[in-house]
Design a protein around this ligand. Sequence first.
Ligand SMILES: Cc1ncc(COP(=O)(O)O)c(C=O)c1O
Length: 484
Amino acid sequence: MTAGTGLIPVHKTDNINKLKSLFPALVHYGNSDMLPMHMPGHKRRADFMGGIGKYDITEIDGFDDLHHPGGILKEAMAAAADLYESDVTYFLVNGSTCGILAAIAAVTKPREKILIVRNCHKAVINAVTLRELDPVYVYPKKCGSLGVTGSVDPEEIRQALAKEKDIRAVVMTSPTYEGVASDIAAIAVLAHNRGIPLIVDAAHGAHFRFGADFPAAALDCGADLVVESLHKTLPSLTQTALLHVKSTLVDDGEVAHQLQIFQSSSPSYLLLASITQCLALMAQDGAKMMATYSENLCSLRQALDRLATVTLLRQETGFFDYDPGKIVFGVEGYGGRDIAALLQSDFHVETEMAAPRYLLAMTSVCDTKETLLRFQTALSRLCHGLPPRKAVSFPNMETVAAEKVMTPAAVRERTWAKRDFRESSHCVAAENLYLYPPGTPLVVAGERISPEIITAIQAYVEMGFMVHGVNDRQLFVVSENMSG
Ligand SMILES: Cc1ncc(COP(=O)(O)O)c(C=O)c1O
């Protein structure tokens, strides 16, 4: 279990005390005789899609407007800001994706340089492309017993900032999909010493704020803009997320402006209600729920540690901190996909992600002692029933620093050619190449495709993984016949 560094808000402000879910208002409206002469087109009919649209409305009187909040949404966002101790918190209904796009656009001008920790989600690269930014990368090393990507070393950030004088912002992911957190406080100081903001993609860290046994929340460590997916680790509907601003370096008016570009002009009230419901619950019972969750995780991890063939990821060398809720494990002699398939077929356990060496079972505060015990029993039975196999060596997927030939935006201006990926060595990639999940680019558009990457892609394809950007063994490269 990680050292207890998480912060729990102690003082409930008036805003937090008033925070209530929007859901009762939707239910009240849905059950009323109000004739809906407004969107959505399903008209809340009970005979349509099993009636799931009953509480699905648009910006009607009394329900405020996400892009120009002045009523219940404004109050709820103020409460969220108090809860997370931000200057401003925005509700997101297009996932962390839209928060990342808006955050990066809000602090950069077209064609400026941005420092990115390269194990980022593709949304970061998409933001770079849209803003025509010039990315400079720092590569965290793979480490730990299962070869996952470790924390980013602040020293590498310091060196990159010292080398490149005109960087406008730093963007990093913490925690990662596998739960590895970095030293945000140290990196925030480095960024602030240069007078630039630190953006943290904490899509997997929305729960940290409420749990003392979890890594510290990015916003509490000095990050300027933090994006958190509520839907990933807290009880909230898919696509719900938060964007927090806590900074003297960021204009929150510009953030709001960018959000009205990247968010739907018809935000779903079911999603908004789910955000308020989730926050009201966490404000009320979050600390207690997280303490129970933490206790249950401890028991689960102890039990999994006793399984002789299981290697369970934990706080390891190369990790600044680690989220114990991410159950990342490998089984000796078996690939992640083998184990995922057996858990699914024989025990009806669906895991989140399978990589060549390991798989990820996600837990959350909504798991109970019983659900975690069911998972533990399934894995234990599976492991005891598996014929022993010698440890296999998996191809080294070490991230090799790629040569950036042009920016991702410049690639969009060029003509492209199709190539068999096995014959694309030294060509410039026209599209990002990545596995999904986790959506972290192996190659970013505009980078030279190295022989090592081709070997890695070959290995992934042979193991049955789908590499996005490679279809029927073909990928797009920047055509060599074009200049400019
Ligand atoms: C690290 C990370 N950042 C951002 C995202 C995007 O989040 P969302 O799906 O909420 O848009 C993901 C999604 O998997 C992610 O893993």
